[in-house]
Design a protein around this ligand. Structure first.
Ligand code: SF4
Length: 481
């Protein structure tokens, strides 16, 4: 790791002028240039140079765009195989000291019902998610407030990991909890590291510093652009080597945010030798008490920007969420590695059986409120296996170790094997009859592929897979590579 002094070097590493001039001056690339850039991406070594990303942004030719979409799908398949990991968000508190103009949780919004879940209520939420729906992976979300600081988050992680619920054929548990919270000090981050955090997510919202200062009022902690920009540097210093970046698309020019995200990834690569584990690209949605009208990102531009992100940071996971409609999700799922389902974002909404949309309790409006069972059935129809894998984290496949495996394409083998095993668990415990039938067919195909493939899978791997598979069928859980 490059020697890095957080206190002295908190300079803005997002080069606003460079990004603006790339957007303005970069020429539309030739076919050959686009193909060369795609080739670099498929090699999956590091994030693309900003000038290459700017060139991809300039492409508007329909055929060239199709090539970009195909390449984005190929990169995803090479790095992560044809699996899609599912997760659910757990919103634990909507108290917030900030006043971001686009957000339903902001301090001055009087229309929202405020609440912070107690540890007992968090246990109940996790019990429903693990025992009734079948999730294994959560993203724990809180606003920025003393009531939901590092101690609260650490206690919540411990309580969530303690849940163990009897299911039809085994038991349900949450095996990985990622956290989306405000930027923190290194000491606070150490507390949540000790409690077993998976990935730490901090989204910059916008990488355009001028726009950022207009959206985040001066008298709030979030107005400090650079403190937020260095949130993940501090995470690394605290020993959290799984970090996630994101931007809220629709606040400003989407092209700026794509280039900002890539510059952020390159900065992490440069300093720590590891880029972001995942990248998110939520689009601005209607929110309680917010009048803000952003710069709408059309569905076509959205598909293009997700494909470009896929190619630009080829080793990272790419997350689409239920903010988007089913139709939009279907259009970009070939590039994505994770999605949520059965999502409720009202505080306490899983255990209290609230409707999935309650704008006066949640941060924004959802576009996809379908149940996990239905989503899994649809993914199976499209040829994607749903994975509940959380093993990379527990087997030490994190940080630079997982980066090497992802870049070499080796991790995709584990993705495939663990998708089969965890999908089997879910089918036996939670699937409807209809989805079970579809899932069984898909699992047969996947098993067949593994057993016939002598290049990627050794005889030991195949033997272990068969043994684990049979054990899972008879009720054992959490067996993985
Ligand atoms: S975006 Fe985050 S920090 Fe800003 S008001 Fe909403 S919850 Fe608070």
């Amino acid at each position: 790791m490059e020697k890095y002094d957080l206190k002295e070097n908190m300079l803005d590493f997002i080069d606003r002028q460079k990004i603006l001039s790339l957007i303005k001056d970069e020429k539309t690339p030739t076919k050959e240039e686009v193909r060369d850039i795609i080739k670099k991406s498929i090699e999956v070594s590091e994030a693309l140079d900003l000038s290459d990303v700017a060139k991809l942004i300039k492409v508007n030719d329909k055929d060239m765009l199709e090539e970009i979409y195909q390449a984005a799908a190929d990169v995803k398949k090479k790095v992560y195989d044809n699996r899609v990991v599912t997760f659910a968000p757990l919103y634990a508190s909507n108290l917030c000291v900030n006043n971001c103009l686009y957000c339903g949780f902001r301090r001055d919004n009087k229309d929202i019902i405020r609440r912070t879940l107690s540890q007992k209520e968090i246990y109940e939420e996790a019990r429903v998610l693990a025992g009734d729906i079948g999730h294994k992976r959560l993203i724990f979300v809180v606003g920025e407030h003393p009531a939901s600081g590092a101690d609260y988050i650490a206690d919540s992680l411990k309580i969530i990991y303690s849940v163990k619920v009897k299911t039809k054929n085994g038991y349900g548990q949450i095996r990985r909890v990622n956290v989306n919270a405000a930027p923190m000090s290194v000491d606070d981050l150490k507390k949540i590291k000790a409690a077993g955090i998976g990935t730490f997510q901090v989204f910059q919202e916008t990488y355009d510093k001028e726009l950022y200062s207009r959206l985040h009022p001066k008298n709030t902690p979030k107005s400090d652009f650079n403190y937020r920009l260095y949130a993940l540097h501090r995470a690394f210093e605290a020993g959290i080597d799984d970090v996630a970046i994101g931007a809220l698309f629709g606040l400003g020019d989407w092209r700026f945010e794509v280039l900002g995200l890539v510059q952020h990834a390159k900065e992490l690569e440069r300093i720590f030798g590891i880029g972001p584990h995942t990248v998110s690209f939520p689009r601005l949605e209607r929110a309680s008490g917010s009048e803000l009208v952003g710069t709408a990102v059309s569905n076509d531009d959205f598909k293009k920007l997700v494909a470009i992100l896929r190619l630009s940071i080829p080793y990272s996971g790419i997350i689409v969420t239920c903010r988007e409609t089913p139709e939009v999700i279907r259009s970009i799922i070939p590039f994505c590695t994770q999605r949520d389902a059965s999502t409720k974002i009202g505080i306490g909404a899983y255990s209290e059986r609230k409707n999935s949309q309650e704008l006066n309790r949640q941060q924004f409006e959802l576009g996809d409120t379908r149940k996990l069972d239905e989503v899994i059935g649809e993914l199976a129809d499209m040829g994607y296996i749903t994975s509940f894998c959380t093993s990379g984290y527990r087997c030490g496949r994190t940080g630079d170790h997982i980066m090497k495996l992802l870049k070499s394409g080796v991790e995709s083998r584990f993705c495939k094997l663990n998708a089969i095993l965890t999908f089997r668990e879910w089918l036996d415990d939670f699937a409807s009859d209809e989805v079970k039938k579809k899932g069984e067919k898909l699992i047969e195909k996947e098993l067949d592929e593994v057993l016939k493939d002598n290049k990627r899978f050794t005889p030991e791997m195949k033997k272990t897979l068969t043994t684990y598979y049979e054990k899972i069928r008879s009720g054992e859980r959490d067996l993985s590579f």
